[in-house]
Design a protein around this ligand. Structure first.
Ligand code: NAP
Ligand code: MG
Length: 491
């Protein structure tokens, strides 16, 4: 928490205000937070530290928009506005990517890729808005039954700090396409690109209140949003613990939620896998965003007969991974904040104390500024199946290699954690690839590839402790609507 009084010396830093009802506004009580750059730990901007009053104002603005100018638009008009926002994000990509990269510490090239994806979400859902067909069904003679898709009303979006613009895009664009009005609580550590995108939305003609941003702390603004009695649905991505708190709050209002809660996603390398193709993908799947990715491929399960050869190839390449400041544009940046750095360091220390075998380590750039939240990417070999590194989500650049005996053992090992988000299956045997993919207990499986992040068109979400509900693709639209059955007696 980086709380400053309004009179603090940081007044010299630029202030990004909340967006409520189309206006830039401070927190009702004037409180502010400093925004740190993870690359050097220094404050470079300020945001509102919003409270319950600010959330209530944003929810009221969204309700007014839903019942007024926004709700009156046709699906085609809504869709066109969304596509226009996608274009505006693409047009402003250099500015937005620089902001995102400084705010999150991710390399600039990844900030740019995130803006391509964010723009694409608005394009995808904008073009889907007028294709959300309903249905009819056969019923009694003399009746016609129509099933129409109604928006929920006001949707709350609690967004994490790892891919702010992308996760905002996938959740908010789908909700707006259905006709909902949105209130967004970005993560305290990564707000700036979202505030800017909401300004762009206003500038291109979104009705006031259709899209509101309330910055602040999870325990204050986030808790107020998830428990607000006039919010109709909540979309959340983040930790299982916070997911539980949000579901408990939503349960008190009996509203629906989608929960995307991370994973311990496995990549299965059979001995007949094309290792040349697999190695860079396997490494990227854990290094991307410094391992702070819900769908990070954090376990690599290798058939024992190929274990020595494959682990050597992975280790050789892993040792070349470089971390550094966002503007150095290396393989990865710093961790988002001191807490996440400490979390990763805890896992590394614990594993070393237990005598776990470090196969390779990447390097932190010699020029990385002091005060940045850097950790060296680390590869562990022969990780025991009951070790924390094999079961728990580290959310950092830590990769565990584990041998398996045969196909049945590989499936049991892959499915043997409380999570179930994504899996990768690498094999030259087409029948086996289908058998194993079908046996995975998770929401997405890649065969001879792996796609952490991105994949706008691909339905995404978890089973087991990874959460419930689906985002991305057309399936997300079903989450942000409720069907209504109209039964017409025409004799
Ligand atoms: P977190 O607490 O789950 O934060 C995610 C979002 O929830 C942020 O916007 C946060 O706001 C908000 N939040 C926090 N407490 C809340 C509450 N009581 N009510 C409503 N909203 C609340 O995650 P974190 O503490 O930043 O990170 C811890 C761990 O979570 C990571 O190590 C990782 O395992 C997991 N995580 C997963 C994902 C993912 O993509 N699945 C993303 C991020 C983190 P503030 O940040 O402003 O407090
Ligand atoms: Mg930040």
């Amino acid at each position: 928490m980086n709380i400053q009084s309004k009179e603090s010396a940081s007044l010299a830093l630029p202030f990004s205000a909340n967006i409520i009802g189309g206006k830039n506004v401070e927190a009702a009580d004037g409180r502010i937070l400093d925004v740190l750059c993870p690359s050097d730990g220094q404050a470079f901007a300020r945001i509102a530290r919003s409270g319950a009053e600010d959330v209530s104002r944003a929810v009221a603005a969204a309700r007014k928009a839903f019942e007024g100018d926004w709700g009156r638009l046709t699906a085609l008009e809504r869709g066109r506005l969304l596509m226009k926002l996608g274009e505006a994000i693409a047009d402003h990509a250099p500015e937005l990517a620089a902001l995102e990269s400084r705010d999150t510490g991710k390399p600039l090239k990844h900030g740019k890729a995130d803006m391509v994806a964010a723009a694409r979400y608005f394009e995808f859902y904008g073009s889907a808005a007028d294709k959300l067909y309903g249905d009819t069904l056969p019923f009694l003679n003399g009746y016609t039954v129509a099933i129409v898709n109604d928006p929920h009303g006001v949707t709350g979006h609690i967004v994490p700090w790892n891919y702010p613009a992308q996760i905002f895009g996938r959740s908010v664009a789908a909700s707006l396409a259905c006709g909902n009005a949105c209130v967004v609580k970005p993560a305290e550590d990564a707000c700036l690109s979202l505030i800017r995108i909401a300004e762009l939305a206003r500038d291109i003609g979104f009705p006031d209140g259709a899209l509101n941003i309330v910055a602040g702390l999870g325990s204050e603004a986030g808790a107020a949003l998830s428990s607000h009695p006039d919010v109709d649905f909540i979309s959340f991505t983040g930790s299982p613990q916070t997911g539980t708190a949000i579901q408990a709050a939503a349960a008190r209002n009996n509203i629906g939620v989608t929960m995307e809660l991370g994973g311990k996603s496995p990549q299965l390398l059979f001995a007949d896998a094309d290792i040349e193709t697999a190695v860079p993908v396997v490494i990227n799947a854990i290094i991307q965003n410094g391992g702070q990715t819900c769908s990070a491929g954090s376990r690599v399960l290798i058939e024992r007969s190929a274990y020595a050869k494959f682990s050597k190839a992975i280790a050789e390449r892993f040792a070349k991974v470089r971390a550094g400041a966002h503007d150095r544009d290396l393989d990865m940046g710093a961790m988002i904040n001191a807490k996440q750095k400490a979390r990763v360091e805890f896992y590394l220390k614990q594993a070393k104390e237990q005598g776990q075998h470090v196969l390779a380590q990447g390097v932190v750039d010699a020029d990385a500024p002091a005060g940045g939240f850097y950790v060296a990417p680390t590869l562990f070999g022969d990780v025991p199946r009951d070790n924390a590194l094999a079961i728990e989500e580290v959310f950092g650049p830590v990769l565990s290699l584990m041998p398996f005996e045969d196909e049945a053992d590989a499936i049991a090992l892959a499915n043997g954690t409380p999570y179930g988000l994504v899996a990768g299956v690498w094999t030259g045997d087409a029948k086996r690839s289908i058998r194993v993919a079908r046996a995975m207990r998770c929401g997405q499986v890649f065969v001879n590839g792996y796609g952490a992040g991105g994949g706008i068109e691909l339905p995404f979400g978890g089973v087991k402790r990874s959460g419930h509900g689906r985002e991305k693709g057309f399936e997300a639209l079903r989450e942000f609507c409720a069907s209504k059955t109209i039964v017409i007696n025409h004799g």
